[in-house]
Ligand binder design. Structure first.
Ligand SMILES: Nc1ncnc2c1ncn2[C@@H]1O[C@H](COP(=O)(O)OP(=O)(O)O)[C@@H](O)[C@H]1O
Ligand SMILES: [Mg+2]
Length: 288
């Protein structure tokens, strides 16, 4: 019988991370794979000792990139690959890759690195961003989930306040896609295939995230939406991905982001599909 480790972040107190790991574990059991759920800190990363009782593969539901790399270097196949997790965990880095692959995405400008005790307020960079993107615009931190680090900026005052606040942090400036205000599509991709999707909409916020008050419904995707989502996942190398699609002015798909450790509970509740099953099937086929 094959074995797998399912790893989530133990420092996060919210139950949804353990719930996510349990859904994956159920999927593993359905496919006769023996799962063990670990919090990231339950694995000792002692570089002077050989890791014991290694599993056949790891499902990595966390962003502890050092642990993912450590496990991969011990010879265990890790899904997603640590490099993919790292790319997706930094939205700026991710947008560089999406843009290189010509994926349709909102116009995006990356903020230069500024050390937290310093300022480039007089450089003219921010004025050029304002001129190029106009207002309202989106400011988005590199590291953030559930819509928590995504800001809609309406005035110049808000703009400069946020820019000042984010010294020392990776972030991007982005065109606000008004035609998609409060609505998007989450598409779950495994390998080259769309395995489940849902439409998300919020009456109260420009962000459609469910954690942020959005509601979810079933949706049948167009071929174009599917194709764009699959291409986006490929562009960042993700074998398991939750791609967020925005609606352009003619309802055309525009990629908002690719999540490497996409949560699967809401999709399961809406579609009845535990995409973990297809994910583990995919892994078993790949590792042989
Ligand atoms: N450029 C944009 N234009 C319009 N809405 C956006 C834009 N970027 C993000 N959003 C909205 O904000 C939500 C959160 O943004 P996202 O980049 O997916 O960050 P997170 O990782 O926090 O989910 C999206 O689901 C979408 O509803
Ligand atoms: Mg998102």
């Amino acid at each position: 019988m094959k074995t797998c480790w399912i790893i989530y972040n133990g420092s996060l107190v919210n139950d949804k991370f353990l719930d996510q790991a349990r859904l994956m574990a159920e999927a593993a059991q359905q496919l006769h794979v023996q799962p063990t759920i670990y919090k990231n800190y339950e694995i000792m990363m002692n570089l002077d000792e050989e890791l014991q009782n290694k599993p056949d593969f790891v499902i990595f539901l966390d962003k502890d990139i050092l642990l993912a790399t450590y496990l991969k270097n011990s010879g265990i196949p890790v899904f997603n690959d640590p490099e993919v997790i790292e790319t997706c965990d930094n939205k700026a880095k991710q947008y560089i890759q999406l843009s290189k692959a010509h994926i349709p995405m909102p116009m995006t400008i990356i903020a230069p690195k500024v050390y937290s005790n310093f300022t480039i307020r007089d450089s003219g960079y921010f004025e050029r961003v304002l001129q190029t993107l106009g207002l309202p615009m989106i400011i988005k931190e590199g590291h953030g989930s559930f819509g928590m680090k995504v800001y809609l900026i309406n005035t110049e005052e808000e703009f400069f306040e946020k820019v000042d606040e984010l010294r020392g942090v990776d972030f991007v400036f982005q065109q606000f896609i008004d035609s998609s205000r409060g609505r998007d599509i989450r598409v779950n991709i495994i390998g080259d295939d769309v395995v489940a999707s849902m439409y998300r909409h919020s009456e109260t916020d420009f962000r459609a995230n469910i954690t942020n008050g959005g509601k979810a419904e079933k949706i049948v995707l167009t071929d174009h939406q599917k194709e764009v989502a699959i291409r986006a996942a490929k562009a960042v190398g993700a074998e398991f991905a939750g791609v967020d699609l925005l609606f352009g002015p003619d309802e055309e798909p525009i990629v908002c982001e690719v999540n490497a450790a996409a949560h699967i509970r809401n999709l399961y509740n809406i579609t009845g599909v535990n995409v973990g099953v297809q994910f583990i099937e995919y892994i078993l086929k790949k590792i042989g």
